[in-house]
Design a protein around this ligand. Structure first.
Ligand code: ZN
Length: 152
C-alpha cells in the first residue's frame, strides 16, 4: 500500500511538472499558424493585399545563423525569400518572450518587403531583447501603434 501510494505521488508530481513545462513554453497556447492568421486579419484590416503565396514556416530548436556583414551571427529567425520559407528557432528568447513580434517581423520582410529601421517599429531589431521596448509594448497597451507602423 505504501509503495503504491508513493508511486501515485511521484506520478502526480511528474504530471504537474510536465503541465508546468508546457505552460511556461506556450503560456497562451498560440501556434505559429495562429500568429500567421492574426497577421492576415491585421493586413486585411489595414487594406494590405498579401499577394505572395503563404510562406512555409520551418520550426526548429537548432541554433540559426546568418552571415550579417561578413559576421557569422546567431539569429532567432530569418526569411528565405527564394525558398518562400521562414525559419524560426522556437526555443529562442525572442520566440519564447513574444512570438507575435518575431513572426510579424519576419512576415514584414516576407510580405511587406520591409527592411530593418531605426524608428520605433517591429522592424527595429535594436528595440528587441532584454529591456527592449517592443516586447513590453506589444504585449501591453501599444500594440496597435506597432501594427499601424508595420503596415503603413
Ligand atoms: Zn529582420
Amino acid at each position: 500500500m505504501v509503495k503504491r501510494r508513493n508511486l501515485t505521488i511521484i506520478a502526480g508530481y511528474l504530471v504537474f511538472i510536465i503541465l508546468l513545462t508546457l505552460g511556461v513554453s506556450h503560456c497562451d497556447g498560440q501556434t505559429v499558424d495562429d500568429y500567421y492568421n492574426l497577421f492576415v486579419v491585421d493586413a486585411k484590416a489595414q487594406g494590405k493585399a498579401l499577394v505572395r503565396v503563404p510562406p512555409t514556416f520551418v520550426q526548429t530548436s537548432d541554433n540559426l545563423y546568418l552571415n550579417i556583414g561578413g559576421v557569422h551571427t546567431e539569429v532567432s529567425a530569418y526569411t528565405q525569400h527564394k525558398e518562400k520559407k521562414i525559419y524560426i528557432n522556437v526555443v529562442s528568447f525572442e520566440y519564447e518572450t513574444n512570438p507575435q513580434v518575431l513572426i510579424y517581423h519576419e512576415l514584414g520582410h516576407y510580405y511587406l518587403r520591409r527592411n530593418h529601421t531605426d524608428r520605433k517599429s517591429i522592424m527595429n531589431i535594436n528595440m528587441w531583447g532584454w529591456g527592449g521596448l517592443v516586447w513590453d509594448e506589444m504585449s501591453t497597451n501599444h500594440q496597435q501603434f506597432y501594427i499601424d507602423e508595420l503596415f503603413k
